[in-house]
Structures are given as structure tokens and as C-alpha cells.
Write a protein that binds this ligand. Sequence first.
Ligand code: G3I
Length: 352
Amino acid sequence: EVPQLDQRYKKSFNIGAAVEPYQLEGTTDTAVLKRHFNSIVAENAMKPMYIQPSEGEFNFEQADKIMKFAKENNMDVRYHTLIWHSQVPNWFFLDKEGKQMANETDPAKREANKELLLKRVENHVATIVQRYSDVVTSWDVVNEVIDDGPGANGTGLRDSNWYKIAGTDYIKIAFETAKKYAGPDAKLYINDYNTEVSPKRDHLYNLVKDLLDQGVPIDGVGHQAHIQIGWPSLQEIEDSINMFASLGLDNQITELDVSLYGWPPKPAFQTYDLIPRERILDQATRYDDLFKLYEKLDDKISSVTFWGIADNHTWLNDRAEQYNDGIGVDAPFVFDTDYNVKPSYWEIIDHK
Ligand code: G3I
């Protein structure tokens, strides 16, 4: 058997994987998870729409399965995600009469709406964090609150329903509530993608600095790292980690995958057999460079999580299909579609 990935990086950081509950039911995924990973995160099961589909009705069944698996196998859990603008049920944003609160113009009503939304945030976060405080070591408290462009009135903030109704107070309340109920050693993260590139990186930095100045209990930044073989540059990745570390924050790599393509992912290879060997070797070099960098920065990075386990299950396949008339595959991980190790795996084990 090949060396265990998590053991290889034990001195530096956790090695995690995103999972769907069905992958924990005695499948090959289960075996690979147990052997190579010491941390897990739900790919979907803990997002607001699954956990609290209607107000006050929590559905913990799927999330519980993941927590149970983690406990039984001594794994850390990252909770993804308490608050997000996507995969969130609409009831959060409706007033008591069923009207969209974001559209309200009357100032008194807006004030009342804001209060209602913040109460809902508090209740959502408190209920979940209390339930899982004994298992979860890292919480994605808010996800993707920064826009890719100028954002709301040039602030860089995503103009989501959360923001339209409550400004940045929803972020504050979410962190404060999570802090109140989380375990003493658990850490609270603000998670986002493209954290390496400006202006997004700088908007995120400014927001975090501002929140820290206000005493908001943020422990770290989650860098999703949905990256490509040639983008972003290693320098950009390093600068971003250092920048957030300079605020006294931890960094976690939370959703790593290395796409075979640029943006958009077009043209994509139609089947796995059509992926040229050179592309897989370029990907291996990229993984090598990346993990060398992570290792160099390991006092600033506490965990590296892949957004999946093996190439047979990745959201990037949906992406490839979407941009190529329904036919296309991607292969972003270090295990292939049959769970065999790829050249990328050997590079990050050996740095040969
Ligand atoms: O649950 C339904 C199922 O009932 C239905 O039959 C099926 C038909 O398409 O859809 C299922 O929902 C899908 C869901 O994943 C669960 O499988 C959605 O269509 C699909 O859009 C959704 O995609 C997820 C995506 O987030 C949603 O935005 C991906 O699996 C997940 O990998 C992806 O993860 C995000 C992170 O949370 C945040 N960062 C970016 C990352 C990649 O987009």
C-alpha cells in the first residue's frame, strides 16, 4: 500500500476532503478517506438549505452521519457553511407577511427587517454550533461575502440578500454567536475563493481588518483554492497567505482542486481516456510546487482540504459539461477515477 497522505503532512497541517454522506457507507471512498485523510467537511449536507429548510425546522440527519463517521475515525471536522448567499432557503429573507425584505424602502420597516434577519442568523448559528461543538474544530462562519468586482457601492462586499437587509452586521452576529457556543479550541473562519487575486484579496483584507478592529472574533481565513495548473501564480498564493497571517490570523486551504483547464473550461476533454499524459504531468508539477509552498508556510497554515476525494466525483465535471454542451470531464485530484494514485500524489509525497 502507498504511504498515507495525512501522515506525510502530520508535522505541518491536516489533510482533509469534502464528502457527501453516501460516500461514507462502506464504499471505496470510505477506505481512501480512512487511509489518507484526517479531516472532513461536507460538500453540501451542512449548508443552510439542507440544515434548516424551513424556519425552525432543522434537518440534521445527513450532517449527523458525517459527524458520526468523523468521531469513529478520529477525524477533525470543518463545518461548511453556517451562512452563504447560495444554497440558502428563501424564508430567511421574507418578512412575516411573506414580502422580500431586501426590496423594502420604508426606513422603519427596514430597521425591523434587519432585526428579524439578525435574529434568524443568531438562531441558525446558535442551534447548529451548540449541537456540533464537541466535534467541529473549524467553522466556516460566512462564505463568499466578497464580490469578484467592485461589489455593493464599490465596497467590495457582495450585494447579497444578507447584505441588502443587514449590511455587514450579519457577519458580526454570525461570528459572535458562533464564538459564544463553539468549543474552546475551535476556530472561526471567513471563507472565500480567488483570495489570491486583487481587488478581491484586498477587499477581503480590508473587511477582515475592519471587523477585527471592531473586536469581531475571527480566527482565520479559508482560502478555497479552486485553482488551475497555471493560475494563480505561486507568488500570489504566498503573498495572500502572508498578508492574512500578518493580521495574526490562521490560514486554511479549504476547497483545493487543480482544474486541467483555464477559464472558461473550454474546450474540455470529452472522456478521461482523451486526457493527454502531459497534462496530468503538468498537474503533478503544479501540485508539487503548491505543497512545497504550503510546507514552507506551515506555521501559517493549519489545514489543507481537497474539495473531493477522487476524480470520479467533482463539481468541476459539472462545470466542464456546462461549458461544453453537456460533454466534458475534469480530473482535479491526486486520486484518479479508479482511486489509484496519480503522478500528483507521488509529487506531494516525495517532492522528488
Ligand atoms: O440535492 C439535489 C438533488 O435532489 C437533485 O436531484 C440534483 C439534481 O441536479 O441536484 C441536487 O442538488 C445539487 C447539489 O449540489 C447536491 O448534489 C445541485 O444541483 C448542485 O448545484 C450542487 O452543487 C454544489 C455547489 O456547491 C452549489 O453551489 C456542489 O456539489 C458543491 O461542490 C459546490 O461547492 C461549492 C462550495 O460550497 C463553496 N465554494 C465553491 C464550491 C464549488 O462550487
